[in-house]
Every structure is written in structure tokens, then in C-alpha cells.
Design a protein around this ligand. Sequence first.
Ligand code: ACM
Length: 266
Amino acid sequence: MLRVGFAQLEPKIMEAETNLAGAEEAIASARESNVDILVLPELANSGYVFESGDEVEAMSEVIPDGPFSRILQRGSSSGMMIVSGICERFGHVFSNSAAAFCDGEHAITYRKVHLFDRENHWFEAGDSKPPVFDYRDARFGLMVCFDWIFPEMARILAIDGAQIILHPANLVLPYCQEAMITRSIENRVFTLTSNRVGLERGIQFSGKSQVTSPKGEVLVRANSSGTSIDWVDIDLSLADDKMITKRNHVLKDRKPEMYGRLIDPS
Ligand code: ACM
């Protein structure tokens, strides 16, 4: 059994110190509640609605040496996994990334593949598959926000063995929380979406961070406004049962020979 939780936060654009303090507070509170796996929203160090490349650069940091990463790394050192969205700088490139820190170590960074709207102005899209990695005998997949609308992403994570998809988000469109229930059902996996709240430079974010089960149950869901920390105790191995009925296996019953067009770029 693992206690998996989210910190539904309200990062402030261009206020690095405020965002650091918010993350520190969330981590301390999760630790007091013995949360094993804590997920923070997308771009939790920077805020979301950038107006210039200079703003992106000013709020970006190197993973794992930047100040926000160090807070996450230190926070995870008491036997915890912490995942957060980070405005990342590597070389001259900026990326909308998610990084995982486990037991005081930087475990993995994933760079968002599907950029949403004006993110295309600021960030380079990731060119690597979303990762699946192990921690405490369970298997975790990572994707970031708008990746949700491409069902191939959740599918490849499930095929690669993820039992739960950890999903930092800054959701703007109203569909995702319900769609993640479907992602759970169609892959028989848990999902955890950690969303942000608040109105930033005219953009409203929708909250309702949640954890869903392989059967499509919403195990916990936050409100659409207000910051909060919530968690649920789950046995992630339940996601290893891929049988929908006695005779239907959600992955083995696929007919890949019918789906060639899915990977045809034209
Ligand atoms: C989004 O991908 N942040 C909407």
C-alpha cells in the first residue's frame, strides 16, 4: 500500500520565492501526513502565463541544480517520491518538464512532448518517450498536462508497465478530469492529476486535482478553487489486472494490424 497525494497549488507568475515557499510548505505538510508519493502541478516553480522569452528565461532553472529542484530533492530525502512540473533550462533551450526525486536523489526528467497553445512560443517540445520508472516495488509513468488529449501517451505508459500515471497539470480546457477517468479505464491504470488553481493574467485554471482507479473510480478529487493537499492509500498492483471481463484483456485484445494509420504521419 502506498499513500499517493497531490498538492493543488497556486503558483504565481514571476514570483520564484513565493513558489519555493509554497512547495516547501506543501512538502512539509505531506511529510507530516506520511504521504509516500507527492505530485505538484506543472510549472510549479514559475507560473504559466508568460509574456516574453525573457520571462521564461528568468524563471527557468537547471534540473537538479536549481533552487526549486533542490527543495524537492531535499524534501524527498526522508523516504518519499516528489514529482513536480518545472520550467527547465538546459543549454540554450527551455522545456516544460516534470522531474521526479526519490529518497533524496534526482530520478528522472521528462520534457513535455505536446505543447499547448502559446507554450509553443516558449518551449522546445520533448523528443523522448514518456518514462516509466520503479520506486518501492511499484511502476510509475509520467506525462504533463496537455499530453492527456493524446490517448497514445497513456497507452504507451501502460504498455511499458506503468501502474499509475503521474500527471502535473495547469488545466485550462474543461475536459481533462473526466477524460482521465477514461484513460484509467481504457488502460486499467491509476492516474494522479495534480492541477493548479487561480486566475493568472486572465487565464483561469480549473483545480479538481484527482486520483482515479483502473475501474474509473474517482478516489479523491479537490475543489475547483483553493489550494489543498489530498491523498489516498492504494495498492498499485491492482493495475496489473488487465482483464475487463473473464475473456477480455485490455492490452492483449488489441488488433495492431488494424491501427497502422495511427503511426502513419501523413
Ligand atoms: C496545458 O497543457 N497546460 C493546458
